[in-house]
Design a protein around this ligand. Structure first.
Ligand SMILES: [Zn+2]
Length: 91
């Protein structure tokens, strides 16, 4: 069960359950999907660096930071894809 008292879950995130996530990094997001600016959960800003790991949903409306990925992975039953083959041009 989701811990609803976690402030990061106050936003509408139910639809992210069982989403397929692709691992990437801050540099990739900055270059290819600059509209993704913050973690959907904790609002951590995306930084233009390859040292910051991120997970994006397949159609790219959201990105999730590594910390939140670890914290919520079990609750949300995410599927982690092999990654790096993101179709960045899809809207
Ligand atoms: Zn986060």
């Amino acid at each position: 069960m989701l811990k609803k008292d976690d402030w990061r879950l106050l936003d509408d995130v139910e639809h992210l359950k069982k989403a397929a996530l692709t691992p990437t990094d801050g540099e990739e997001i900055s270059n290819h999907a600059p509209h993704l600016k913050r973690c959907k959960f904790c609002l951590e800003p995306v930084q233009n660096t390859c040292h910051q790991r991120w997970f994006v949903t397949l159609d790219l409306p959201y990105c999730i930071c590594e910390t939140c990925y670890k914290d919520f992975n079990e609750d949300f039953e995410w599927r982690k894809l092999d990654g790096w083959d993101i179709d960045w041009n899809r809207k």
